[in-house]
Design a protein around this ligand. Structure first.
Ligand code: GAR
Length: 194
């Protein structure tokens, strides 16, 4: 069994979609949800899915050691960021080399970096008059949205689309592709880690 932790800061629709995908006939299991916000709706979803969820504060994320200990206690092999808005501590990056992935709601390298998340991204895509947007799934390194790209998928942006319309198209791509790409990536990764 490969144990996966999902890190999420907000609503958690991707976290739920991923957990449901792996809940049937899989040797991959979503074992833990980690958040930086105790009021994030992802905790309600975790409860319904019977997955433990834990909140860590700013200083825990700056230091990393308490979170790393929990990841080891749960025997976590692989980490998935799904709408997670905090930098992953260096100690966790070092313990999980090429074992942490993120999804970004645009076509990186455009519209990435600090402060570029959720609706800010879709508004920027709209303001720039882009004809396309999409999703980027990438490895996580020490810089926001700069790790090696694993997968991208595109959607059209029509002239009358609002940022909400773009968000809906992007979310559909996320739900369709993220679980499958996580599965493929894990199968291509030499686990168990130490
Ligand atoms: C998703 O669209 C994800 O791509 C984005 O936040 C949303 C979270 O939705 N992530 C980022 O913007 C990271 N820079 P969810 O909480 O409903 O899964």
């Amino acid at each position: 069994m490969v144990n996966v932790a999902i890190f999420a800061s907000g609503n958690g629709t991707n976290a739920e979609n991923i957990a449901k995908y792996f809940s049937v006939n899989s040797d991959i299991k979503i074992t833990l949800i980690v958040s930086n916000r105790s009021d994030a709706y992802v905790h309600e979803r975790a409860k319904k899915l019977c997955i433990p969820s834990i909140t860590y504060n700013k200083s825990d994320f700056a230091d990393g050691s308490a979170i790393l200990k929990t990841l080891k206690d749960y025997e976590i092999d692989f980490i998935v960021l799904a709408g997670f808005l905090v930098k992953v501590p260096e100690s966790i990056l070092l313990s999980y080399p090429d074992r942490i992935v993120n999804i970004h709601p645009a076509l990186l390298p455009k519209y990435g970096g600090k402060g570029m998340y959720g609706d800010h991204v879709h508004q920027a895509v709209k303001d720039s008059g882009e004809a396309q947007s999409g999703i980027t799934i990438h490895y996580v390194n020490e810089n926001y949205d700069e790790g090696n790209i694993i997968f991208q998928s595109y959607c059209d942006v029509l002239p009358n689309d609002t940022p909400d319309d773009i968000a809906n198209k992007v979310h559909s791509l996320e739900y369709e592709h993220y679980p499958k790409i996580i599965e493929k990536t894990i199968k291509n990764t030499p686990l168990k880690i130490k």
